[in-house]
Write a new protein. Structure first.
Length: 259
């Protein structure tokens, strides 16, 4: 039997999902590059997140590996339970380990979406983020191709990642923003997009909630996770881990908060 959703629920991209999500970045190799050292463990952690702990918001990106995390998600979870939201991101080049480069050319974004559809084994992406707004490409061009893909039924809902309030206001004039994903944690505490998302009714998805593990090592997972959850009902953290015991600690902390 699947457990009750940790930390309650939130509606993201038209689905009611657990406020506590699961990020898949750490399921790849060092430098977010290549395959995990233990593929069976990576698959097991994904299955535990969904089937044991009731996490229904799985976050990934074509850049994780690149491509590795999307392949793992399909292998572990396909066919996907109806209530589970698979969110991915496009628009980032990965020329080497730990190297990230925004690339928002419309043809590239379209190619990325088509490839993610195949890797995840779906006809439409539940939620697809523009991983970064590329400063070298007109924002209108990047938004237009994402909207075109949505009109074609290849993207269900569109999100933005690592954006400013100005970015959000600009893009929201052209399309409905389903979620915003920015860095926020007890070290990086200030993001003006947090309050704007509250005002606009946009789910706010903080990534790097433990500051790449530093906060968890210093404080445990309970304090930094509770700090995030207390910021508002629109906040839906997506901690990432490759270890079953760490996932259990995170879920336990979220469950304690919900009580």
């Amino acid at each position: 039997m699947t457990a009750a959703p940790p930390a309650g629920t939130i509606t993201v991209a038209g689905k009611t999902v657990s406020r506590l999500g699961f990020g898949t970045m750490r399921l790849t190799g060092p430098g977010i590059w290549g395959d995990p050292a233990d593929r069976d463990t990576a698959l097991s952690v994904l299955r535990q997140a969904v089937h044991t702990y009731g996490i229904a918001h799985i976050d990934t990106a074509d850049a994780y590996g690149p491509h590795t995390a999307e392949h793992l998600i399909k292998e572990a979870l396909y066919p996907y339970p109806e209530h589970v939201l698979i969110a991915t991101k496009v628009g980032m080049l990965r020329p080497a380990p730990n190297v990230w480069s925004p690339h928002g050319h419309p043809a590239y974004l379209r190619a990325c979406v088509e490839a993610s559809l195949r890797r995840l084994g779906v006809e439409s992406l539940d939620l697809c983020y523009l991983h970064r707004i590329d400063p070298e490409v007109p924002v209108a061009d990047q938004v237009a191709v994402m909207q075109a893909l949505q009109d074609e039924g290849k993207i269900g809902h569109i999100g933005l990642s690592k954006v400013t309030p100005e970015d959000i206001c600009l893009v929201s004039k052209e399309l409905t923003i389903a979620a915003v994903q920015n860095v926020l944690n007890m070290t990086d505490r200030c993001d003006p997009a947090l309050e704007l998302c509250r005002e606009m009714g946009i789910p706010y998805v903080p990534y790097r909630p433990f500051n790449a593990g530093t906060l968890a090592r210093e404080n445990g997972v309970l304090t930094p996770l509770h700090w995030l959850l207390n910021l508002g009902d629109h906040v839906a953290p997506i901690p990432s881990t490759s270890k079953a015991d760490h996932l259990d600690q995170i879920v336990t902390a979220a469950t304690v908060w919900a009580r």
